[in-house]
Ligand binder design. Structure first.
Ligand SMILES: *[C@@H]1O[C@H](CO)[C@@H](O)[C@H](O)[C@H]1NC(C)=O
Ligand SMILES: *[C@@H]1O[C@H](CO)[C@@H](O)[C@H](O)[C@H]1NC(C)=O
Ligand SMILES: *[C@@H]1O[C@H](CO)[C@@H](O)[C@H](O)[C@H]1NC(C)=O
Ligand SMILES: *[C@@H]1O[C@H](CO)[C@@H](O)[C@H](O)[C@H]1NC(C)=O
Ligand SMILES: *[C@@H]1O[C@H](CO)[C@@H](O)[C@H](O)[C@H]1NC(C)=O
Ligand SMILES: *[C@@H]1O[C@H](CO)[C@@H](O)[C@H](O)[C@H]1NC(C)=O
Ligand SMILES: *[C@@H]1O[C@H](CO)[C@@H](O)[C@H](O)[C@H]1NC(C)=O
Ligand SMILES: *[C@@H]1O[C@H](CO)[C@@H](O)[C@H](O)[C@H]1NC(C)=O
Ligand SMILES: *[C@@H]1O[C@H](CO)[C@@H](O)[C@H](O)[C@H]1NC(C)=O
Ligand SMILES: *[C@@H]1O[C@H](CO)[C@@H](O)[C@H](O)[C@H]1NC(C)=O
Ligand SMILES: *[C@@H]1O[C@H](CO)[C@@H](O)[C@H](O)[C@H]1NC(C)=O
Ligand SMILES: *[C@@H]1O[C@H](CO)[C@@H](O)[C@H](O)[C@H]1NC(C)=O
Length: 743
């Protein structure tokens, strides 16, 4: 009897330990998986694999979950290891460094898989034709290097699929809209950041549960399929950065749960749906860079949950002062830049107390800024340039009380007015947080006023393309955070103040922790490669004094501005020699000294400026040999021409006792042409510097041009429409520059 009990106990003990013990085959599969990893160790050493980190087993000792996200795993992923875990339901290996491809066998044996998350790895190859299990609910393959089309067979059995995310890979072909025929329970579809192309085929309407549909940054074209408006549970439609066209249908009002409509950078045209305002849950409407026409539908102002309303760079019209924004109490960003709105600054905006960013630049607005704007306590970004606003002095006196204002762009307005003088701004005390001040392109008269010296947070000051006179004030060099100054195209006189060479921000390498992480509320385009349009820190440290009447020497102290990247002193009356100390500016990328009266030799040390990409010393009186065997030879001859006594490569005239005279004669004949050529040759840099004049002032419409040409993966793509407009503006500026150079 006792014997029997003992046996029974032993038997049940064996069973009970087996409950937790992992099967040998499972153990082998896991170890095979671990053996393909190069690092770090998984510490899978104990006997029972069900107790290993990241492993969950069922009662029978089958491994059901393998969850090892963010474990720094490196190595291949093989179907012969993981694929043998036939009872696996959850596989999460996201945020590791796994590579290899998903071979056909991968899904075949994983017939119970429900959750598959392999996102943020380095997996590549095409997706296997064999579909995942019919239990699959979540597929997340985001941020790998998968390519090829998504096989339609992939969804054949996926009737329980709720979430399918393949964003940030290199998938091609059509967006598989047929997915909804098989998987009607889908709630999230994310195809963003791939190279899907062609039309969006109908089918999404069958996804009656679909809440989020994203396909940003692909090559999609054609119209939005009508049946998308049948997916009435949709909360987010995000298809920016494609080439979709057509109008946004009135049927959109059936999507009553819609909160996010993001279609920026497409070719959508027509008018906005008249009843858009019926979508009362709308929070984020981003339709920048399309071809929308007509007026803003008044109903839109009933969307009291709106947080961001961005309709910039379209062809919208209408008198903006008659629009009643006052119910938009949640509105934080309003971007209507570059449209054809008329009227005054809308008074009703003063009631939108949450507003942080207002962009109204490049419209046809007029009138004065009202004192009520002060009631917008959070206002930090204000871009009103390229309108016909008047009374700059009054505007500045009002705006200086906006305590949180950090970006103020008023370029191209207030045409021909006087720069607010110190007499206008007596007891000035304001703009305490201002970082960016753009007052360029306005033909402003007067001198650089002293009240600017109180802007202790100023980082960017652009007063270019005005009619300002008087000297460069020496206190400019004391502004602790200033790193970008443009005074180009004015009538500034006097000498280059030595004090400007002490700009604290340009003296020393910033400590990493002090690097300015400041971001703009609305995007600003710049010219630096891959400039993230929101980041201030990507704007190059610049001093641009070109096209003025500055006399005297280039101070030797300039060598202290070690962080300076762009220096334009061209088209002034600088004389004396090029100081050797310029070669201390190790970060210098652009040095334009052309069209001055500089003499002496080109310092040999200039050749040590490794980052110098553009250099111009043409039309001066520098002489002697161009330092040979240096990178100076890599610049075009036009960078040196117009210096009769300069010789040596890349100029054609060799250095010899009499050659200088020949060159003089030759060059003299060509001067007229040369000047013209100068501006032509320099066009890229003209663009860039013109751009800089605008960049901040005018969201770098022009910068966009440069970006479009050069960087495919810039943040935004640009429509032809916009480019045309940009080109007009650019041509105006460049022509003006040419005239000035000739005259
Ligand atoms: C996986 O299964 C296959 C076929 O059953 C077998 O040949 C292979 O050895 C198994 N791999 C491991 C690591 O157990
Ligand atoms: C393995 O153990 C070591 C030392 O205890 C630990 O640093 C490491 O993070 C563990 N690895 C994993 C994948 O948990
Ligand atoms: C996978 O794990 C990561 C990290 O814990 C988590 O953020 C993610 O939601 C998981 N994936 C799924 C599909 O649950
Ligand atoms: C889908 O999910 C339901 C409920 O979870 C389940 O009953 C059904 O078996 C699943 N269908 C398939 C094909 O797995
Ligand atoms: C992958 O996508 C699923 C479903 O959308 C989500 O739950 C999961 O958090 C995502 N994984 C990561 C690492 O973000
Ligand atoms: C896209 O994937 C790459 C790696 O493939 C990753 O570094 C990057 O952060 C991902 N981008 C986004 C927006 O998730
Ligand atoms: C949208 O749904 C309606 C009614 O449910 C149906 O009649 C119509 O055909 C659907 N539209 C499309 C384009 O599928
Ligand atoms: C909108 O969302 C609510 C709450 O999530 C839900 O109850 C409702 O059914 C949705 N409306 C539609 C039209 O799907
Ligand atoms: C859209 O809503 C209208 C009424 O609000 C309804 O008549 C129409 O059938 C709906 N369309 C679809 C496709 O659901
Ligand atoms: C917008 O204004 C520009 C210039 O004033 C004009 O050429 C264009 O035709 C206008 N567009 C519309 C739609 O009114
Ligand atoms: C500018 O505004 C101020 C204050 O409102 C006013 O006194 C002044 O006359 C205005 N100047 C012009 C030129 O309209
Ligand atoms: C500035 O004045 C010049 C000539 O006086 C004119 O051609 C130019 O259009 C003006 N600039 C602006 C921005 O209005």
């Amino acid at each position: 009897m006792a014997h029997g009990l003992c046996l029974f106990l032993l038997f049940s003990y064996i069973i009970s330990t087996n409950i937790h013990a992992c099967k040998q085959t499972e153990c082998n599969s896991l170890l095979a998986f671990a053996s393909t990893l190069s690092s770090p160790p998984l510490n899978w050493t104990s006997l029972d694999c069900c107790h290993w980190k990241g492993i969950t087993c069922d009662q029978d000792g089958w491994v059901t979950r393998l969850l090892l996200p963010s474990k720094g795993l490196k190595g291949g992923i093989s179907p012969f290891s993981l694929g043998n875990l036939t009872h696996l339901t959850h596989l999460n290996l996201s945020h590791n460094s796994l590579y290899g491809s998903l071979e056909t066998q991968f899904f075949l044996s994983l017939s119970r898989l429900e959750i598959l998350d392999l996102s943020y790895n380095r997996l590549f190859g095409e997706l296997p034709l064999s579909p995942p299990s019919n239990n699959i609910r979540t597929v997340n393959l985001s941020s790998n290097n998968f390519f090829g089309p998504i096989p339609s067979s992939f969804f054949q059995q996926a009737s329980n699929l709720t979430s399918f995310n393949v964003s940030n890979n290199t998938f091609t072909g059509y967006v598989p809209s047929s997915i909804c025929l098989r998987s009607s329970s889908l709630r999230l579809l994310d195809f963003s950041s791939n190279v899907f192309n062609g039309n969006l085929a109908p089918g999404l309407g069958k996804c009656s549960q679909l809440q989020v549909f994203r396909a940003r940054d692909n090559n999609l074209s054609g119209l939005l399929p009508e049946d998308i408006y049948n997916a009435t549970k949709l909360e987010e439609i995000a298809l920016p950065l494609n080439s979709l066209h057509g109008a946004i249908s009135d049927k959109i009002v059936n999507l009553t749960n819609l909160t996010t409509l993001d279609l920026h950078h497409n070719h959508f045209g027509g008018e906005l749906p008249l009843n858009l305002g019926k979508l009362s849950k709308l929070k984020f409407v981003t339709l920048n860079f399309n071809k929308l026409q007509g007026a803003l539908p008044p109903s839109l102002m009933k969307c009291t949950n709106l947080v961001e309303l961005c309709l910039g760079f379209n062809n919208l019209v209408g008198n903006i002062s008659t629009i009643d924004f006052s119910r938009l109490s949640q509105l934080i960003k309003l971007d209507l830049r570059m449209n054809n709105f008329t009227g005054m600054f809308p008074v009703s905006l003063y009631s939108c107390r949450s507003l942080k960013a207002i962009g109204l630049s490049a419209n046809h607005l007029e009138g004065e800024i009202q004192a009520e704007i002060i009631s917008l306590k959070s206002l930090s970004f204000l871009s009103l340039g390229f309108n016909r606003f008047t009374n700059l002095t009054s505007a500045m006196k009002i705006l200086m009380s906006c305590k949180n204002l950090h970006t103020l762009m008023l370029s191209g307005s207030f045409e021909g007015e006087g720069m607010p003088s110190d007499d206008d701004m007596v007891d000035f005390d304001g703009f305490q947080n201002l970082r960016v001040l753009n007052l360029d392109n306005s033909n402003l008269t007067g001198q650089i006023p002293r009240w600017l010296s109180k802007l202790k947070n100023l980082e960017i000051l652009d007063l270019g393309f005005n009619q300002m006179t008087g000297p460069i004030p020496s206190w400019l060099g004391t502004l602790p955070r200033l790193f970008y100054i443009s005074l180009r195209d004015n009538q500034i006189s006097g000498e280059f103040p030595k004090q400007l060479c002490r700009l604290p921000r340009l003296l020393y390498e910033p400590i990493a922790s002090q690097v300015d992480q400041f971001e703009f509320e609305l995007p600003i385009f710049g010219v630096n490669r891959s400039f993230p349009p929101y980041k201030l820190s990507f704007i190059a440290a610049t001093i641009d004094l070109s096209n003025n009447n500055i006399i005297g020497d280039i101070p030797t102290e300039i060598g202290q501005l070690q962080l300076l990247r762009w220096l334009f002193l061209n088209s002034n009356n600088f004389s004396g020699v090029i100081p050797d100390q310029i070669s201390n500016l190790k970060n210098l990328e652009v040095l334009d000294l052309s069209t001055n009266h500089l003499s002496g030799k080109i310092p040999l040390s200039l050749a040590s400026l490794n980052f110098l990409k553009d250099f111009n010393v043409s039309y001066n009186n520098v002489q002697g040999p161009i330092p040979i065997g240096t990178q100076l030879q890599s610049f075009n001859t036009s960078a040196f021409e117009g210096n009769p006594k300069l010789c040596g490569a890349p100029l054609p005239n060799k250095c010899g006792p009499n050659k200088g005279i020949d060159a003089y004669n030759k060059n003299n004949k060509d001067v007229d042409n040369g000047l013209y050529h100068l501006s032509d040759h320099q066009l890229p840099w003209f663009y860039i510097s013109v751009v800089l004049g605008f960049i901040v002032g005018f969201w770098g419409v022009c910068g966009s041009l440069v970006i479009k040409r050069t960087w495919r993966h810039a943040y935004f793509r640009f429509t032809d429409n916009v480019q045309d407009r940009v080109c007009v503006m650019m041509t105006v500026s460049v022509n003006r520059m040419k005239r000035k150079l000739r005259g």
